[in-house]
Design a protein around this ligand. Sequence first.
Ligand code: ASP
Ligand code: MG
Length: 417
Amino acid sequence: MARLVMKFGGTSVADLDRIRNVARHVKREVDAGNDVAVVVSAMAGATNQLVEWCRQAGALHDTREYDAVVATGEQVTAGLLAIALEGLGVEARSWQGWQLPILTDNAHGSARIVDVNGDELIKRFKERKQVAVIAGFQGLHKDTGRITTLGRGGSDTSAVAIAAAIKAERCDIYTDVDGVYSTDPRVVPQARRMDKIAYEEMLELASLGAKVMQVRSVELGMTRNVPIMVRSSFEKPEDIDPSKPPSGTLICDESEIMEQQVVTGIAFSKDEAQISIRRVQDKPGVAAAIFGPLADASVNVDMIVQNVSADGATTDLTFTVPSADYERARMTLDKAKGAIGFERLDGATDVAKVSVIGIGMRSHAGVAAQAFKALSEHKINILAITTSEIKFSVLIKAAQTDLAVRTLHTLYGLDRA
Ligand code: ASP
Ligand code: MG
């Protein structure tokens, strides 16, 4: 017997059939003797529709009203799932974010949770074994009492926060994939599902665009030490043997991973653009003159490479930005040209970033060097490199992404046997 949080995303509650399927999964855990809090997303596509309505109603709308609108998607699924559970004879009650409450700061549209009150849920587990069905994504601003939302994909974060509040043994994230893979199986068919992955590795993977979970939810799991299991809601509840450990990927503390591999995963992103500033003055304050205005324009700068100055007076500086920020970045730099002082801007959007992640890199030297050699053998040219403690990334031509990912996946022994 345990206390569990079960979270179901949009595709898992896409229609009434899928909601009934969720109810059967919940019943399965209740029948096994567990206390269960379920967190649900809005039906697939519902939030997009609500966001679009806000945009059409007024391009520059107040984010407090945006939250009032987009929070409604989850209200529907929470109520429907409670009804479906009652239909199966499982006692259940729905909860909106404001009813618990889940208190947040005032960043409407992407609020951060400051506190979750789980007392009433625990009381009802004890007194009547009542299942709590909680609308994900929603919060309540701690001072104004207005509804907030946690940013797109935020119900993952709701789930982990609730798990921490009720001291759940585990937070199960049910989704349309059956776990976290060593890389995208569409690119590398030999990609393997990991049994376990450390929080820090998952954080890197999620930040680099492996769209399994909202990054904040992984951060929260790490700081509050909530084990998170990524598993499939498409597995039939009837087929699951309650006496066996569940199949999926457990995101946990690194100390719980016995055989830590040096490299655990390869991530990639084709939504990258590269900007080179040619013959910029090589003197103190130039980096600030370049990156200050970009930060003010909310351009997210990632890899930065500055060449050694050949003439002692000017240098070239290259960096990457998300492709969505590319035009804005160029315009911002053009405007600041006088203040910065450079000859010209070159840019390319046909680039991709490939990243290699693994906690084992902390204690193993030469991991990146192996990659550089393997890539060169495949005539893949590296345009920029960044490294951190548990990952390194290379920027390459976008057309070579798949080849690079496959090469590295094999190189580090990640291919499934
Ligand atoms: N429904 C919200 C969204 O689509 C929250 C979530 O599903 O996690 O972003
Ligand atoms: Mg999601």
